[in-house]
Every structure is written in C-alpha cells, then in structure tokens.
Design a protein around this ligand. Sequence first.
Ligand code: FES
Length: 104
Amino acid sequence: MITVIDREGAEHSDVDWEDDESLMECLVRNSFPILATCGGNASCSTCHSFLDQVSFETAGEIDEDEADVLDSLTEDEREPTSRLTCQVPWDEDLEGAVVRIGPF
Ligand code: FES
C-alpha cells in the first residue's frame, strides 16, 4: 500500500500497488488524473510526480531518457524528488511510499 496526495492536497492512504505495475500504472488504475500520454516510454512527462525522500532514494537510478525529460521541466515544476512514475517499477521496499501527483 502507498499513500497518494492528489493535486488538491487530499491524501489517499491504502492505495494498492500491484507487483506487476509501474507506479504510473498503479496511479492510472486507481483513477488518479495521470494522462501518461506516451504510454510509459519516458517521453511525455505527464506522469511526473514527487516521491517522499526515502522512497526516492529506494526507487533507484534515473536513467538518461528520464533525466532528459525531467531536465525539460521548469524549476517551478521540478523538485529534488521528482520522478517519472512510469519509470518506477513496483518494489517491495517502496511499501508505504508517499507520492504527490505532479502539476500536470
Ligand atoms: Fe510519459 Fe511517463 S507516461 S513519461
């Protein structure tokens, strides 16, 4: 289970993240407003969200494609724990993560 904070600031605890999903797929399945227009190919940034610090460190390396997309965001849009959620696979160590939906 993870906690998701939506764009209005409402906290949704006990969001189920299944072990065959990326974090983006989990958010979409749970009806959060994630467009994911590129289908999870790290090229659109519409799945951009923020992880809590511990989960950000647990989620692993950001590869070059994801880094390029994150670098295209403005300073207002990006935060130190920004990730493209399509590039974050399920990991049992991410149990309890807190994910704040990005600005678009
Ligand atoms: Fe497009 Fe993640 S779904 S970058």
